[in-house]
Design a protein around this ligand. Structure first.
Ligand code: PEP
Ligand code: MG
Length: 292
């Protein structure tokens, strides 16, 4: 099986009828890039930046973050690297953030909500990401979005960061794509409006399932109810795809569902542009796509 997959390296992700799709890798650390490259990833579809915060005793500095992002950008040598901004809170707690204990952390103070409340923290990360964009093809995406106003506020903050970098004479690309994760039902329902604001969507099916089905993804007692194949979840993905494309934007899926071979055909029918999966799933997916 593994040998068969090896023969697929260097081949296109194309169906028999000629439909193509990008297959990217999800990574959680710089050390995962090797596996992404070995498995022929077309890019990084989700770089979970949390590791920088989780592995540190205190807030990682701009230099520390820049070094990590730059290294990934350089290793990927011009292929797209989508860095997701800080997604701390809920299942990912970090002591030095001094977050209040919450009764419903999954519905609480997490991800972009923290970044918009603590803009200095957010700006440090944005500066590091922008600086890395001078060394590869960096894209940036924001987790847990629920409204257009959040996206507009993010853009204002990004503009402030760019002004700061220019004033400091620091290089960055002016072609950084900006996207949002679609992982709340709210984002799906207003996806036509959101699509006007950004360059791309990436569906986080882990959280989208959690919030659509009202099932805590951490609660092991609910595992038998946590069904990402639920027609409501699949309809949401379809709706987000239609609205992205209606505005001329592209859409990927980076949650666990992207690697589900029993749904690959459905995703192709929805004209999903990119699937981002664990590196080891890229070649099995390529095989599946080439057989369809
Ligand atoms: C998701 O929610 O599907 C996702 C990709 O993000 P995370 O699993 O890191 O919350
Ligand atoms: Mg998520």
């Amino acid at each position: 099986q593994r040998e068969l997959l090896e023969t697929l390296k260097g081949k296109e992700n194309v169906t028999r009828s000629g439909q193509k799709i990008n297959l990217y890798a999800n990574i959680a650390n710089v050390s995962d890039v090797g596996a992404a490259l070995r498995n022929d990833a077309g890019g990084i579809g989700l770089f979970r930046s949390e590791f920088l915060y989780l592995e540190n005793e205190t807030y990682p500095t701009e230099e520390q973050q820049f070094a990590a992002y730059r290294q990934v950008a350089e290793m990927m040598a011009g292929k797209r690297v989508i860095i997701r901004t800080l997604d701390i809170g809920a299942d990912k707690q970090v002591g030095y953030f001094n977050l209040e204990k919450e009764d419903n952390p999954a519905m609480g103070f997490r991800a972009i909500r923290i970044c918009l409340t603590r803009p200095e923290l957010f700006k440090t990360q944005l500066r590091a990401i922008f600086r890395a964009s001078a060394y590869g093809q960096i894209a940036i995406m924001f987790p847990m979005i629920i409204s257009v106003s959040e996206v507009r506020r993010i853009k204002e903050i990004m503009d402030e960061v760019k002004i700061g970098l220019r004033a400091d004479g620091i290089a960055f690309s002016n072609q950084i794509e900006t996207g949002i994760m679609i992982e709340t039902p709210a984002a799906v329902m207003i996806s036509r409006e959101l699509a006007k604001e950004v360059d791309f969507f990436s569906v986080g099916t882990n959280d989208l399932t959690q919030y659509t089905l009202a099932i805590d993804r951490q609660n092991r007692n609910l595992d038998s109810f946590y069904d990402s194949h639920h027609p409501a979840v699949l309809s949401m993905i379809q709706m987000a795809a239609e609205n992205a494309h209606a505005e001329g934007k592209w859409i990927g899926i980076c949650g666990e569902l992207a690697a589900d071979l029993s749904l690959t055909e459905r995703f192709l029918q929805m004209n999903i542009d990119e699937l981002s999966v664990a590196p080891g799933m890229i070649l099995p997916l390529r095989k599946k796509i080439r057989e369809l």
